[in-house]
Design a protein around this ligand. Structure first.
Ligand SMILES: [Zn+2]
Length: 170
């Protein structure tokens, strides 16, 4: 077995409608293709395919919680859950953090596209308000607190899904 995790995912076809991506997901063969749009969150998914991690934050000074100084949310939200105003996009310059929690996945359910076994990890990043979920490419034994860095599937390797970001031990 390889010391790195691989994906079974084939690149998903996308249509561009306005500023939004519409993903083709042939879950049950061509006839069973599921279509869904990333809508206002398209910049997040497009960013991953370009090697960028983007989040959103609330900058509304009238927000009852953030008062114009929102934390960065990853994955992003289009609108603030507290004041319901549009949030603004911001790139994470050097996406790294530490393992906050993890699960060792030995057997996945039907449709799982990550080769088992692998670690599903929660990453705490400085300057990011949320805990970011993802998968670790390494199969070495890990512990909480280990440092990780984000990596991306870009260009022709991109799947156009949330699996285009993964993590490696530093
Ligand atoms: Zn707000």
């Amino acid at each position: 077995m390889s010391d790195k995790v691989t994906l079974k995912t084939k690149p998903s076809k996308i249509d561009v409608v306005g500023d939004s991506w519409v993903l083709h997901f042939p879950r049950f063969g061509e006839e069973g293709t599921h279509f869904h749009t990333y809508g206002l969150l398209t910049p997040y998914f497009k960013g991953l395919t370009e090697g960028k991690l983007r989040g959103t934050k609330c900058v509304n000074p009238k927000c009852p919680i953030y008062k114009g100084k929102g934390e960065l949310w990853i994955p992003p939200r289009a609108d603030c859950p507290d004041c319901h105003q549009p949030m603004v996009w911001e790139d994470v310059k050097d996406p790294k953090g530490y393992i906050y929690a993890y699960t060792h996945v030995e057997r996945g359910g039907a449709g799982l596209e990550i080769e088992c076994p692998y670690y599903q990890i929660d990453v705490k990043m400085e300057g990011v308000g949320t805990i970011v979920k993802g998968y670790l490419a390494d199969r070495k034994k890990i512990k909480i607190g280990d440092k990780v860095r984000a990596k991306f599937l870009t260009g022709k390797d991109a799947t156009n899904t949330c699996l285009d970001i993964y993590w490696e031990l530093t």
